[in-house]
Design a protein. Sequence first.
Length: 340
Amino acid sequence: MPPAVSLLTAGFLTLALQLPVASPPSPAAARVRRGPIESRDEFLLAQPRLTLPPVTPDTLARGHTQVRMAADWGNDFGLHRARIDGVSRLVYFVDGEHRSGSLQVSHGLTDRWTVQARIPVLWRGGGVMDGLIDAWHRLTGLPDSGRPSFPRDQLVVLGLDTSRTGVSWNARQGTGLGGLEVGARWSSAPRASGWTRAVDARLQLPTGTGGFHGGGMQAGLQGIAARTLGRSADLYLGAGATAAPESDVGGIVYAGLRPQGFVGIEWRPWGAVSLLAETTAAGRLVTNIDTFPGLHVILRMGAKVDVARGWRLEGGFTEGLRPISATTDFGLLLGLERRF
């Protein structure tokens, strides 16, 4: 594991050991909504690009600050064959692993405006999860795209463009900083009954290193809505898009405009615990690889737990749904929040 991500993981464990024991939640705490899992699309080819995470429309109270550390460790595998001139050929092949750690600071300017800044540390390589994923597929019966037939724990990206010429992906294995992300969220009414609506805007600066610069300035905008269902559940919806230069990054040409959206459900079976399920969908990512899919759908499931006053721990997993050849095959998520 790269040193930067290892350091973040150690930080999680150190903070967790220092957390005070949580007191029993009040009736009001039993109804608080904690929001979706704020996770990005970190498929190998999507790492340098801005994506819109599922978020709550609720903003921080005036003067409140939230610090969030998060980690994502996932395995990416996909291939597609097609008959070209009567011969079955490999059109694209992606095999590797991603890991990331991020630090995000959010602050409530007013009860309706929250601003934030986020810096990620990204890694890509062959990894070590292939054997675990093969066992998971055997246990669950989920499709594996024939991955046991290929060498384990290697980083490989191959493809043919629309003229049937080989695409040369020259991004190197290793660690780098992702682009600095800044954003602001405006909410229609904090903690309102019925629907709560918000607009969330983000800007990613081309400050990444090690091949993670992303190809220029990138911007994103999404509308978000949430509605409380009874006393123990919430529905979340979001839709928007990201815009960036249609640029060549490491031999991959990325689409300039990418629509994105999500649907999420939160259920609070106990006062301090929320169970979460969400589906995210996004449009075309890559334009220069022939037949590369134009729709990407991912499932995430997990939980958030208020472990002490002002402290929140979250964890979950990611599973690619459509198509499995161009989404994260399986990933693990971990986060820790502290509110002041």
